[in-house]
Design a protein around this ligand. Structure first.
Ligand SMILES: Cc1cc2nc3c(=O)[nH]c(=O)nc-3n(C[C@H](O)[C@H](O)[C@H](O)COP(=O)(O)OP(=O)(O)OC[C@H]3O[C@@H](n4cnc5c(N)ncnc54)[C@H](O)[C@@H]3O)c2cc1C
Length: 220
């Protein structure tokens, strides 16, 4: 089953004259399989138009204005049990690449670097106990990023009307009502996620944990 989704954002750059068009073509049969071919490639305008030929004219007119469209493969890293081992740590997409439906992968890469960098630079961290700093980073950041990845994937399904219990494209004679409930669910889920602590709260938690762990290790 292939589902298409269309969205666009107006960038402030270029004094609001630039429109960034993002259009998704989802083939669920291919989820979880390795991607063959180039991760980013040029596509012709015809191919782009073809994929969205059943859309309303406003969307199709926007596609006609696109110069040099490119296709991006979407990759995810499924839940890793660890993000550190000995003195090695993974951050960002290498550790938790996620779908772009929450626009959060870049932010999480930055938050990983923020927390890890501060832990490594902390006066309590030494070469001998660097593994404690890395484990603290893992404890604080891994589950948060993986939670967001799950949320992003779930929202992606909902954006594409693949939301059993809300709306999944089946005609039950109450489409308007189902779409309204789906809209409310999406708004609620996005709001719930945006309320999560953030980078500074994550860092404060990490620093407390580092202090406790290093005191415990030294006493031991
Ligand atoms: C279509 C799309 C839309 C997105 N939209 C958003 C959004 O709106 N907001 C958001 O927050 N996130 C978004 N993301 C996700 C975001 O782009 C990534 O989460 C983010 O770029 C991850 O940063 P990173 O530094 O971990 O990895 P990357 O950005 O992939 O950086 C890794 C770098 O390492 C380099 N590299 C790889 N191998 C080697 C090597 N052997 N030696 C040296 N260098 C190497 C690569 O060339 C690359 O420059 C989107 C992603 C996609 C695909």
């Amino acid at each position: 089953m292939v589902r298409n989704k269309f969205c666009f954002t107006v960038l402030r750059e270029g004094k609001g004259t630039l429109v960034n068009v993002v259009a998704f073509v989802t083939d669920r049969q291919k989820a979880g399989t390795p991607f063959e071919g180039h991760w980013v490639s040029d596509v012709s305008r015809e191919e782009f138009e073809e994929a969205f030929q059943n859309f309303e004219s406003a969307a199709k007119n926007l596609i006609k204005c696109c110069e040099n469209p490119t296709r991006w493969a979407l990759h995810v890293v499924n839940e890793l049990p660890l993000s550190t081992c000995d003195r090695v740590a993974l951050i960002g997409d290498a550790c938790h690449a996620m779908t772009p439906h929450l626009g959060a992968g870049g932010g999480h890469a930055i938050e990983d670097a923020f927390v890890l960098g501060r832990l490594l630079a902390h006066p309590l961290t030494t070469l001998d106990n660097v593994h404690v700093a890395l484990e603290t980073y893992q404890d604080i950041r891994l589950s948060v990023a993986q939670f967001t990845a799950r949320k992003s994937e779930a929202l992606g399904h909902m954006y594409e009307f693949n939301a059993p219990g809300y709306y999944d494209g089946t005609d039950r004679g109450n489409e308007g009502e189902e779409l309204e409930r789906l809209k409310e669910k999406i708004i609620e889920d996005r709001r719930g996620w945006e309320g999560e602590g953030g980078a500074v709260a994550g860092w404060l938690k990490a620093e407390r944990k580092l202090q406790e762990s290093i005191v415990i290790v030294e006493r031991w």
